[in-house]
Design a protein around this ligand. Structure first.
Ligand SMILES: [Zn+2]
Length: 519
């Protein structure tokens, strides 16, 4: 070998050696995950006479989950990465992160406060270019929501008088799977609506946990509507169904490689302990009557919020209508979630929803909800996903559940017509529109009147909203299937409430109205 080549090789080798001693990559902390790091290149760059930086270029490979032993056809995911670099101070790093889809991931100097890389720092998928001014940097696909945080929130919730905690089972590695039950125990359970919520079957889906945490915080809060919900509902909530996957930094599986989201139709020998624990608890809780609602909380790579709405052909027209009612209610002011973001699929028995469908058919509305990781409503010019706007979305989720179940609270009341005057009304063809209750009424005669009443309403000022029933179809205009503010009503004293309106007030189709007390 020519001498010159040997010395060049030696130089390259020495450079690499120096690089590794300069920046060290590791994942020896909770939820840490990374496969390999390869040095690509390095060069010393002088910015000014007193300032120079080393430009260090690395190829970073995120780690694939183990091969799924139950569904060998499922390709393992490597979406999640979370690593620490030390020795970064003053260096400019080029990281080319492979195997994952994240755009504008996050970094932190302390492992607690995270911020997104800017557009300039992350000019295209996977590529990060940044000069760091601290010696330690954490980089992650999304702000980690760890098992430790879950346990500390759980302990906080369990201290509340209307929350009880219970371990419903253990993971493969023996970690607890915890459930909280939230209800006002001074009210008998027999008339309460039953709501089951679980989350985090997929460990990489951190935004789902931030969303669910905010939703639980609201359910257990002193918000008057939450107080009413606890009187009229029992919530069974399992926030972390895959503790091993989350602590081990996996993407979509448990530590054994099994995607427990699609493990619900397997024989016992191939059913994971996490799914067995959930099934056993659900069996026990539904032995008297089914759940009214089941929410399965996820995050998706698509840049929009969605529900996975089960098609009418795999369920029924009325089930589709009720799913779209819940979905439309969750859209709130149509800021973070819009009608065109809805997703549809056939109900499948390998999922929790399919397992519930096979047992209870349409008596339980069981559905998966997805939050994005990056931005909302396919609009990069809008808000980027953060714990703060996930908390706003959680508020929309909370009120969607409240309204969907037509909780008869003191401050937020949904009424269907008590009577329709004259013979000028027709019933809307069943399930053609998205309405509350059993039907909606239609009249072409603008003088036809509808009367709404309630035996007891507290005195005060109320905002009055009209449900603007739109089509029961895969998409619909933004201004329908929505509460529309129609005015204010003043209830002079505690007692009977009556309100009459002409058909023309409702554009000819009358369904529900809602009163929201002004505070
Ligand atoms: Zn998921």
């Amino acid at each position: 070998m020519p001498k010159r080549l040997i010395s060049m090789l030696l130089l390259t080798f020495m450079c690499s050696g120096i690089l590794f001693s300069q920046v060290r990559f590791d994942t020896s902390f909770e939820s840490g995950s990374l496969d390999k790091v390869k040095v690509v290149d390095s060069v010393k760059f002088r910015i000014s006479p007193n300032d120079s930086t080393a430009l260090l270029s690395y190829e970073v490979l995120s780690r694939f989950d183990p091969k799924n032993p139950v569904d060998t056809s499922l390709a393992p995911s490597a979406r999640w990465y979370y690593f620490r670099m030390t020795g970064t101070k003053g260096n400019t790093l080029y990281l080319n992160i492979r195997n994952s889809e994240a755009i504008r991931p996050f970094y932190s100097y302390d492992g607690i406060h995270f911020q997104r890389f800017t557009q300039e720092e992350n000019p295209r998928r996977g590529l990060i270019i940044k000069r760091f001014n601290r010696d330690t940097v954490y980089v992650s696909h999304y702000i980690p929501y760890t098992f430790s945080r879950h346990i500390s929130k759980l302990n906080e919730w369990k201290k509340l008088p209307f929350v009880t905690g219970e371990e419903i089972g253990r993971s493969s590695q023996g970690q607890p799977i915890d459930m909280i039950t939230v209800t006002d125990s001074s009210v008998p359970d027999s008339f309460k609506r039953k709501i089951w919520i679980h989350g985090r079957s997929h460990p990489s889906e951190q935004p789902a946990s931030w969303h669910l945490e905010s939703m639980i915080d609201l359910i257990v809060s002193e918000n008057p509507d939450a107080v009413e919900m606890r009187k009229k509902c029992i919530f069974y909530i399992v926030p972390f169904i895959n503790p091993d996957g989350v602590t081990g930094g996996y993407s979509r599986s448990t530590s054994t490689g099994v995607n427990i989201e699609v493990n619900w139709d397997r024989p016992d020998s191939l059913t994971m302990p996490e799914v067995k624990a959930l099934k056993a608890k659900m069996e026990q809780l539904t032995s008297d009557r089914p759940f009214d609602l089941l929410l399965n909380m996820h995050s998706q790579i698509a840049n929009s919020v969605t529900y996975w709405i089960h098609t009418a052909k795999s369920t029924s027209e009325s089930f589709l209508r009720r799913q779209i009612l819940l979905s439309a209610l969750t859209m709130g002011e149509r800021k973070l979630y819009k009608p065109e973001n809805q997703s549809f699929s056939d109900v499948g028995s390998r999922y929790a929803e399919g397992w519930i469908w096979n047992k209870f058919k349409d008596t339980t509305l069981a559905i998966t909800f997805e939050t994005p990781y990056t931005f909302y409503a396919n609009n990069p010019g809008g808000e980027w996903v953060s714990p703060e706007n996930l908390a706003e979305l959680a508020k929309d989720s909370f009120y969607a559940v409240y309204d969907y179940l037509q909780i008869d609270g003191e401050n937020r009341i949904i009424l269907e017509p008590a009577s329709l005057s004259g013979r000028r009304w027709n019933t809307v063809a069943y399930n053609k529109l998205v309405y509350f209750g059993d039907n909606a009424a239609k009249s072409d005669n603008s003088r036809a009147k509808a009367k709404f009443s309630k035996q007891f309403l507290k005195k005060g000022e109320y905002s009055l909203y009209i449900w603007n029933a739109g089509p029961n179809s895969e998409s619909f205009p933004e201004d329908v299937n929505k509460w529309t503010k129609a005015g204010t009503v003043s209830q002079k004293r505690d007692g009977k409430f009556t309100w009459r309106a002409r058909a023309s007030h409702f554009n000819g189709i009358v369904d529900a109205i809602m009163l929201v007390k002004k505070q």
